[in-house]
Design a protein around this ligand. Sequence first.
Ligand SMILES: Nc1ncnc2c1ncn2[C@@H]1O[C@H](COP(=O)(O)OP(=O)(O)OP(=O)(O)O)[C@@H](O)[C@H]1O
Ligand SMILES: [Mg+2]
Length: 360
Amino acid sequence: MAVISRLDVLNVRNLSSVQLLPSEKMNVIYGDNGSGKTSLLEAIYLLGFGRSFRSQKLDSIIQNDKEECIVFCDLAEGAAIGLSKSRRQGHQLRLMGERQRNWADAARHLPVQILNSESFLLLEGSSKIRRRYLDWGVFHVEHDFVNAWRGAAKCLAHRNLLLKQRSPDRVQLAAWDYELCRFSQHIDRSRKEYFGLLYPLLLQTVERLVSITGLSIAYARGWDDGEELAASLQAGFDKDVRYGATQLGPHRADILVKVGRASAVEVLSRGQQKLLVSAMKIAQGYLLSRCSGVKCVYLLDDLPSELDAANRRRVCELLDELNCQVFMTCVEEHDLEKSWPPGLMPRKFHVEHGKICEVV
Ligand SMILES: Nc1ncnc2c1ncn2[C@@H]1O[C@H](COP(=O)(O)OP(=O)(O)OP(=O)(O)O)[C@@H](O)[C@H]1O
Ligand SMILES: [Mg+2]
């Protein structure tokens, strides 16, 4: 169960020093444009992903004229995660006070999902975004997956380096191919298994939010079905040399979202796309909860500008049923009033020029 019981933010964008004791369910963060709402969600996201959803480099999140930023949270189950980033050095991540070499263990404690104006990129963007979506889910249900993923990434990097040479060393290539195929089998098996579990939940969740006739969602593994990757790599060798990069493999996997024969983005309205994407992200929360009893923390940035009142209500109902912690932002205090089911009293926080106060 991931529930943030306390959040401390220091020098993240315009948030100089913020302490928050959020509700374990619904939290509403409201304030004028530019007040710091998205920055607060960004701080939470940082702890769950180790990166921002807004900038590639962590440096840009450090408050202007400050040397360092810190985000720290206590989780209700007893864990604590802290991240600091200084301008001169890299970041430091701590789990229960212990310095972490990578994100895996901390991220497992804090699964985070975000719905914002960028979310439709899950349909419209490159396959990398859909692979990230899929791998987020596999990572949280299968602990070994991250090792296979790292192993394959390393093999691909070596293989691609060799392919760029004037006459690639076939013996060395064969060695990397062997390892790559081993890791790839693992990755494909895990992704396929995860997608098989997700699929029915995905359809059920979509049905609750939006009616789309002819919708199909399928996992594509990145090389021909019914073909061993080793054979595909061999057959595609000349092409790989031409491009100087491996063209087939788990790094080309995708989730194909179609309506009839067309890609979903070509057919669906923007609103339908947002609902479909919301369903995709909520379904992952359901699956995680079902597989491991862990709840995601959901970040919903500026929902009123994303969805109309009836659809906001549907999304919030699903999140309420999921019984997870939600942080949602809006501009006016009452913008989200009718969004949650009756009886649910969200904790409200007002943001003004980077300062946050609970409204009682
Ligand atoms: N590195 C930084 N240092 C200081 N301030 C920054 C930094 N980066 C961004 N800001 C400022 O932080 C403020 C808060 O931005 P944020 O995106 O969180 O606002 P918001 O409340 O989400 O606004 P909106 O309603 O327009 O989405 C903005 O005024 C922005 O210019
Ligand atoms: Mg914002």
